[in-house]
Design a protein around this ligand. Structure first.
Ligand code: PLP
Length: 451
């Protein structure tokens, strides 16, 4: 295919003049000019100047099957021709939504057998928030209104999702959090564990949940929501003691557990779901991103038998989006799951690529700037520090060095994200060992240039 577009400088000027970017400082972008991506294949992006860039972020943690899969485009085109849209409101349904719900019920853990479709991860978490409160209303316990989540967790940027998340920068804009959302600390041992062992720290952080429940009154708490492994917060892999203790506590107080698998779902942690990797049994699972490998927007709340029964037998659940169960998105998701399954992409990523990447990634700690490397499956991060022994922070404002490193990566044709002074990877699950080698070589070069 021939690229046929305006010159890069003209595109950048139009972009700055008319396009408002998410999570971007607009004036800075206007001055620098956006890098314009025009095509992609496998793990490789091509920009408007013809440069090839290794995308170690799979877009935004989502292109699990890699770029350029014709099968997904063909399925989308076929579905658009046959039935481009129909809603699933008011006693109608359609084949793609039915078949995808069935498939998700098969692959989701435990008794998560019911699917409410949404348009994204954020609005899936809005659905979850309303659903758990409605559930307790229907159970005759309307005072169970509070939902507990974690500081530095990420659950989206809508009013509900942004409130459930614990990102203070998001809360500072637009009147978040909304009422009834409460936060406890995250289980980031390396950054916050001090002299404690990871095991003791994991227990202590989980026990904050019990403290918060007791502070609010157990009879007022509807649910706890968390990511199995925090992604946007910096790939925070909790100590082994954390999740068992969380599960003991939610069970003790009969509190619903919402596990946000928007990043960790569909193979990212080496298993189909992060819940399997971390040994979690959720009541509701949030999915988006990898459900379609990002080829088209789709979110899903996958719900247990227990909750679905109460919701289905109650009043009308007065909630839904025009695009809940969009037929084209559902058809693409089904095909995406078929590729992940039939080509053994999840299995290969977990068994072959994850151990190889782990060895190379963890070896980056020999670099003078790197204090810690952590990784689970195909999601990893490294902490940049001026002093490994003390885990010190840089004198420059938080995130400055991470930002410089990200810029160096970009200049070296590698996409890594920075979260403060942490560098993140989450490549397509289809990455090869040879491409892992290129990723590591470019990361090392960029770290050298950041010093
Ligand atoms: N939940 C988690 C764990 C996420 O990482 C994200 C996005 O990164 C979201 C929710 C929000 O998803 P979306 O951006 O599709 O609204």
């Amino acid at each position: 295919m021939q690229d046929n577009h305006l010159p890069t400088a003209e595109l950048q000027a139009l972009d700055a003049a008319h396009h408002m970017h998410p999570f971007t400082f607009g004036a800075e972008l206007a001055e620098k000019g956006a890098r314009i991506i025009t095509r992609a294949k496998g793990v490789w992006l091509t920009d408007s100047e013809g440069e090839e860039i290794l995308d170690a972020m799979a877009g935004l943690w989502c292109v699990n099957v890699g770029y350029g899969r014709e099968e997904l485009a063909e399925v989308a085109a076929r579905q658009m021709k046959q039935l481009p849209f129909y809603n699933t409101f008011f006693q109608t349904s359609h084949v793609p939504a039915i078949m995808l719900a069935k498939k998700l019920a098969e692959i989701a853990p435990g008794d998560l057998n019911h699917v409410f479709f949404n348009g994204s991860g954020s609005d899936s978490n809005d659905t979850n928030l309303r659903m758990v409160r409605h559930y307790w209303d229907l159970k005759g316990q309307p005072e169970r209104f509070n939902v507990i989540s974690r500081w530095n967790g990420y659950h989206g940027s809508t009013m509900g999702g942004g409130s459930l998340g614990g990102m203070k920068g998001i809360h500072a804009q637009g009147g978040l959090p909304i009422p009834g959302i409460h936060h406890i600390d995250q289980p980031d041992w390396w950054s916050e564990g001090g002299d404690m062992s990871p095991e003791d720290f994991g227990l202590a952080r989980a026990q904050q949940l019990e403290e918060k429940i007791l502070e609010l009154g157990p009879e007022t708490v509807a649910a706890f929501i968390a990511e199995p492994v925090q992604g946007a917060g910096g790939v925070i892999v909790p100590p082994a003691t954390y999740w068992p203790e969380i599960q003991r506590i939610v069970k003790k107080y009969d509190i619903l557990l919402i596990v946000d698998e928007v990043i960790t779902g569909f193979g990212r942690t080496g298993n189909w779901f992060g819940s399997e990797t971390m040994g979690i049994t959720p009541d509701i699972m949030t999915c988006a991103k990898g459900i379609t490998s990002g080829y088209i927007p789709l979110g899903a709340s996958i719900v247990s038998d227990k909750i679905a029964k109460v919701i289905d037998e109650g009043d009308e659940f007065a909630h839904g989006y025009t695009y809940s169960g969009h037929p084209v998105a559902c058809a693409v998701a089904l095909e995406n799951i078929r590729l992940l399954e039939e080509e053994g992409i999840v299995e290969r990523a977990g068994k072959e690529i994850a151990p190889y990447l782990k060895e190379k990634w963890e070896a980056l700690v020999d670099h003078p700037l790197v204090g810690e490397a952590r990784i689970v499956g195909l999601m990893g991060s490294i902490a940049l520090t001026p002093n490994k022994a003390t885990r010190a922070k840089f004198k420059a404002p938080g995130g400055t060095v991470g930002y410089i490193c990200r810029e160096r990566c970009f200049a070296n044709n590698l996409v890594m994200r920075h979260v403060g002074d942490r560098m993140i990877i989450s490549p397509p699950l289809t990455i090869t060992k040879a491409e892992v080698d290129i990723l590591i070589e470019r990361a090392r070069k960029s770290l050298d240039e950041t010093l």
